[in-house]
Design a protein. Structure first.
Lengths: 522, 333, 341
């Protein structure tokens, strides 16, 4: 393979891939050189993930050509891609939780002894070397993976990919769970690998991370390639415009005027749980949109679950409409005299029954209200569903089909609609716009403003700072299970949000340092 | 939604295939023996099918949840033995009057334990119900071994199993029709029905929709136990007595009927009409084997093969064959 | 797929027992099963009026080894997160076949043994093919094949009877230097089948598949071949059990109740032996001890003068307790949402 027909290490052209009628990739090309870090940018659903699945052999393209070092290749499965030097670190970890670290690193091509059996000693050595390469010397190769923290697991995942000595390393959101200390090690390692001649394809939603790492960037949108450019030649807003395909402004509707009610509908006092929530105090009035900010995993999810009655052994007081309540199940939280709704983190596994129809999903939480003696009043149900479909502009031709066939944005609308049908007074939302297109996002923002104007109290957790600034009346920033700062009015800006998220003292932030940290852990 | 759409929706691909198989089997049978298509024979088949149909009704709900009930063989036995032996527990008077409800109640109790184990302890249903099957067996063996059991069916049980409340329709068939109609209504129109499908689909979502999924699971297991016991009561009435291991031949046909009727073994999908088709298909298949008697041909060749061999082998092969046609899982990707 | 972290309290508690933590989950399972068995056997020996005679130990070992072999057979599919309800039927089929062909002189007997093992392997392989390439649920597939295998057993031996090479039978079931040969047979199976399997690439792949099939696929593991091998080996181990049964009874019998009993008890033994029903964790060695625990339950009933007809009841209760103990994590859960996954 020494003969070089092509200037590129990898070149893909004319790649097309559809999933059941939906075009994920349309005539896409991609090239990368030896010794480079190439970032792929684009919104969710832009086709990046499908492109790398094609490249790593997980899915097969409908048409198109892949050349590595000038030779045309076809991968029937991930193993074949591995064998030709393509290693991929996926977003969902591909580690085997019940096996040891060493077993995981050596899983694909383990060293064998003279009987053809796995040579555990050699495997352990290989694992130690691979871990040392990524800077994870302190990980015990004999530890079972399920005992490791998420950050450590991600290090193992990277070590596993490197142990195969790939020519092309694909990293799909592979650093999202790393702690700041591990991120430094991994960055250093990636620069070193690039200098050694490896070609790295890097996918991340964090602009600062890409700014620091990448040599070249390619932007995708709606399954097509938009542009390839050298890193640093475009401004952030120009890149974002390329990604969303329109001007990046006025996404957020004006905050509507709210009914002026002084009595809080929800009052939480000294709410604590299991070291993960510490002395939470908060008050919400009808018509308010309150944001929850902070780095991911600081207790925001737990706070919402606690208010929804799933946490056992929580302490502190919760009052709804002035009356103390002891929330001990979602069933109780949604009951008429409390009226709490939760749009959960994971719509597919927590919000929907994917193979049931859109109708059945929409009416599921409120179906008792539309039934007598346990028998559903189908006429009333149908009317309520149609009303909701209209309100949320859910694609109407699919409402008698399975909800799993809808796009992510429409699925999220169904989850929200399911809860609106219970006529809640307090709505908790966990990152409702994650992974959905800008158009639907905007519709959801409008809906939130409308609900607030009608007197709902909304507690919105979002990982997107712009969203918090654009939607919320005030934002509670959480750190390590506590609310560390409340931001409202002019104080509600990105600088303050980031510094509060890192629990830095107010006004004592150095800008460049800040940008980097934001990128690492949002 | 029009009525025809509602009815059409009850017939999925598996149901249609199963019914088509029934017709093909009947036609083949009619070629060998013209009496196969006579109303008398067909009613007789439906009479036999209703024993299987009643037990399958309960198990189907459990499978829709994504669980399974492997305790049915000895729950059937418990139903039969406790109904016939009710006098030993309730005295001669009440024991005769309440024989049937007592038998069904005992089955429901087994279902209750299953439900508590699966729903509240979160034990794997496959193993927990298998264990309960052994416990039920132990209790019944002890019951018959401990003292001379009363194993004669009461007059009412006998009437229930072989009589005709409505001329032309045997009572078990009537029971199955009523039970089936109730289940179809429940699955399609009631809140509980929605929840059963939903739990089989994604229990986490159901819990987060403010539904106590454990009660749904418990209810289905109790119902399954009661249905199995009811079949036991009918079988005891039919044979005029109860006996050990009377439920053993029912495990495979029950699950086969449900799965052949298109119910997804992993839960969440399936129509009761499909289960009806599966039950009839299994019953006709069994009947065909006893009419055709393949062992005779082998006996003519000098090879002595028991009739049961053919039943078992044909059963196994048919189930696998039909599932290969339409019951395959999605590939993991 | 969820690879959620262990509850924090569990991790911290493990730190106090550092040496226990060094053991893998499977090794801990073996240890617990071994301790339970030892405790039960001590009680059994102590309650025996005559004390433990070598003869009694030999008998106990033979009975235990029968179940142990079937339990080992069950272990492999369970590790892949499957289940094999046909182990009992394969065991009975092998018994019936062995009572027909493991007869005559040494040469004929040897061929007979190979024949039985081959048939067992084939039964397992058929299960594997149906599950892997037919993509059917293991539960349904093996329930259906168990009917077929039992039907074949019935055809081979419509009435109980047959015979077996006497020298072989005697050799398999007697003791040397107070060590029952059946225990040596188990040892041989562990050394020559289980350990090499465990250390082979396909063997480890079995654990990987049970741990997370999706991740196993992503890691480029030969999933189909590994599953096929697991089910085929399961059939082979059941067949070894069937030969031992023939040696113990000098005959073959196609009884559904035997098949059902062994299938049920094998699952109990696997659970007690520390193999996770959710796949990925387990050991055939644990299942051996699990099988001996199950068997000793029956023996204890006899020495404690409890009506032996209650045996299925106790076996059932042991199984229920074993699976319920595994479910005790429900009590430790602090977020109700964690129950549902």
């Amino acid at each position: 393979m020494s003969e070089r027909k092509s200037p590129y290490l990898l070149s893909m052209s004319g790649i097309t891939k559809s999933y059941g009628g939906v075009r994920a990739l349309e005539d896409v090309s991609f090239e990368t050189h030896r010794g480079s870090i190439h970032a792929l940018l684009g919104e969710n659903g832009a086709g990046k993930s499908t492109l790398i699945k094609v490249l790593s052999g997980v899915v097969q393209p409908d048409s198109g050509k892949i050349e590595i070092e000038g030779n045309i290749v076809n991968f029937a499965n991930p193993q074949e891609a591995n064998d030709l030097g393509v290693s991929c670190i996926f977003q969902e970890l591909s580690l085997l939780p019940d096996l040891t670290v060493a077993d995981n690193i050596g899983i694909t091509r383990p060293p064998r002894n003279k009987f053809g059996l796995i040579d555990y000693r050699a495997q352990r050595q290989i694992a130690e070397e691979a871990l040392a390469r990524v800077g994870g010397e302190n990980i015990d190769p004999m530890e079972t993976v399920s005992n490791l923290s998420l950050s450590r697991r991600q290090m193992v995942e990277i070590a596993k990919a490197l142990a195969r000595n790939p020519k092309i390393l694909i990293m799909d959101e592979a650093t999202s769970a790393l702690t700041a200390a591990d991120v430094e090690k991994v960055y250093a390692m990636l620069h070193r690998l690039r200098d050694e001649g490896m070609s790295i394809i890097y996918i991340s939603h964090r602009m600062p991370e890409i700014a620091e790492l990448a040599d070249t960037c390619t932007v995708y949108r709606n399954g097509r390639k938009v542009e390839t450019f050298k890193n640093g030649t475009k401004s952030d807003s120009a890149v974002v415009e390329m990604m969303i395909g329109r001007e990046y402004s006025s996404v957020y509707p004006a905050k509507s005027t709210r009914p002026d009610v002084s009595e809080p509908i929800l009052k939480v006092e000294n709410f604590s749980w299991n070291d993960e929530l510490n002395d939470i105090n908060l008050e919400m009035r009808p018509g308010e949109i309150v944001g929850l900010g902070g780095l991911d995993g600081q207790g925001q999810k737990q706070l919402q679950l606690g208010l929804f009655g799933t946490l056992i052994g929580s302490t502190g007081g919760v009052e709804v409409n002035g009356a103390p309540v002891k929330l001990n199940s979602p069933k109780m939280a949604k009951s008429d005299d409390i009226g709490i709704a939760l749009v959960p983190e994971d719509r597919k596994y927590e919000g929907l029954m994917l193979s049931m129809t859109v109708r059945e999903n929409l009416s599921f939480a409120a179906v008792e209200k539309m039934s007598r003696l346990g028998v559903v009043d189908t006429a009333a149900e149908e009317m309520a569903i149609d009303e909701m479909v209209e309100l949320l502009k859910i694609k109407a031709d699919g409402i008698d089909g399975p909800v799993g066939a809808l796009s992510g944005g429409n699925q999220q609308k169904v989850v929200i609609g399911k809860w609106l049908m219970t006529k809640p007074r307090i709505i908790l939302l966990n990152d409702p716009t994650r992974g959905i297109d800008v158009g639907t996002k905007q519709e959801i923002y409008h809906l939130l403003q409308k609900l607030a104007a009608e007197g709902c109290a909304i507690l919105l957790y979002s990982t997107d700072y712009d969203e918090l600034i654009g939607c919320c009346d005030r934002v509670l920033v959480m750190y390590d299970g506590r609310i560390v700062r409340t931001l409202a009015g002019d104080d509600l800006n990105e600088t303050n949000l980031v510094s509060a998220a890192l629990n830095l003292p107010e006004q004592a932030v150095i800008q460049p340092e800040l940008k980097k940290k934001q990128g690492m852990s949002l | 939604m029009s009525v025809s759409v509602v009815i059409a929706r009850q017939f999925d691909r598996a149901t249609v295939i199963a019914f088509a198989c029934v017709i093909v089997l009947l036609l083949i049978g009619a070629m060998v023996e013209p009496a196969f298509l006579s109303p008398k024979y067909l009613i007789q088949q439906l009479h036999t099918a209703s024993f299987l149909g009643v037990v399958a009704s309960g198990v189907m709900l459990v499978i829709l949840l994504g669980h399974i009930d492997l305790s049915i063989p000895w729950t059937i036995c418990v139903g039969g033995m406790m109904a016939t032996g009710a006098t030993g527990f309730l005295g001669p008077e009440w024991g005769i009057t309440l024989a049937v409800p007592f038998g069904v109640l005992c089955g429901a109790l087994i279902g209750l334990v299953n439900g508590l184990g699966v729903a509240y302890l979160r034990a794997p249903a496959m193993i927990f119900t298998l264990g309960m099957n052994a416990v039920a067996q132990g209790l019944m063996v002890y019951h018959t071994g401990g003292f001379a059991p009363q194993d004669r069916a009461t007059e009412f049980m006998r009437e229930l199993a072989v009589g005709h409340l409505i001329p032309g329709i045997p009572n078990p068939l009537l029971i199955w029709i009523i039970l089936g109609a109730a289940i179809i209504f429940m699955l399609n129109r009631s809140v509980l029905g929605r929840r059963i499908y939903a739990v089989g689909n994604q229990e986490r979502s159901v819990f987060l929709s403010g539904v106590d999924t454990r009660k749904v699971i418990l209810a289905c297991f109790v119902f399954s136990g009661a249905c199995a016991a009811m079949t036991g009561v009918l079988l005891a009435g039919w044979a005029n007595r109860s006996y050990q291991a009377m439920g053993d031949p029912y495990l495979l046909p029950t699950i086969a009927a449900i799965v052949l009727g298109g119910t997804n073994v992993l839960g969440g999908r399936g129509k009761y009409v499909g289960t009806i088709a599966g039950v009839i298909l299994i019953t006709i298949l069994q009947s065909m084997l006893s009419v055709v008697q393949p062992q005779r041909y082998f006996a003519q060749l000098g090879v002595d093969i028991p009739a049961d061999t053919f039943r078992q082998v044909v059963f196994g092969v048919v189930i696998i064959g039909m599932l290969l046609i339409y019951g395959r899982q999605q590939l993991v990707r | 797929m969820n690879v959620g972290a262990e509850p924090a309290d569990l991790v911290s508690r493990q730190k106090h027992f550092a040496w226990v933590r060094r053991l893998s989950a499977a090794q801990r399972g073996i240890l617990i099963a071994m301790l339970i068995f030892t405790a039960m056997f001590i009680v059994y020996g102590w309650k025996q009026a005559a004390g433990l005679t070598p003869n009694m130990i030999n008998t106990a070992a033979n009975k235990g080894a029968l179940l142990a072999l079937v339990a080992m057979a069950q272990t492999l599919p369970v590790i892949t997160r499957g289940l094999d309800l046909s182990v009992g039927a394969t065991f009975v089929l092998s018994n019936c076949l062995a009572s027909t062909i493991v007869v005559g002189g040494p040469v004929a007997t040897t061929f007979g043994i190979f024949g039985v093992l081959l048939v067992g392997l084939a039964c397992g392989a058929i299960n594997g093919v149906i599950i892997v390439y037919g993509r059917l649920q293991p539960l349904i597939a093996t329930l259906a094949t168990s009917a077929v295998y039992f039907g074949v057993a019935l055809a081979i031996r419509p009435q109980p009877g047959g015979s077996v090479n006497f020298e072989l039978a005697d050799f398999m079931t007697r003791s040397s230097f107070a060590i029952p040969h059946s225990v040596l047979l188990l040892l041989a199976v562990v050394v020559f089948i289980w350990i090499p399997y465990r250390r082979s690439v396909l063997g480890r792949a079995t654990f990987a598949i049970g741990s997370s099939e999706q991740a196993a696929y992503m890691s480029g593991i030969p999933i189909n071949r590994a599953k096929l091998l697991a089910y085929a080996l399961s059939g082979l181990l059941s067949a070894i059990g069937g030969i031992l049964l023939t040696a113990l009874t000098y005959s073959g019998a196609a009884k559904m109740s035997i098949a059902n009993e062994y299938t049920l008890n094998s699952i109990g033994a696997v659970v007690i032996g520390g193999t996770s029903l959710f796949g990925g964790v387990g050991s055939a060695v644990g299942s051996i001890f699990g099988a001996f625990v199950m068997r000793t339950v029956g023996d204890l009933l006899i020495v404690f003068d409890i009506n032996p007809v209650l045996q299925p009841l106790f076996v059932g209760v042991v199984l229920l307790v074993a699976v319920s103990l595994g479910s005790l994590r429900v009590l430790r859960i602090k977020n109700r949402l964690d129950i549902y996954r």
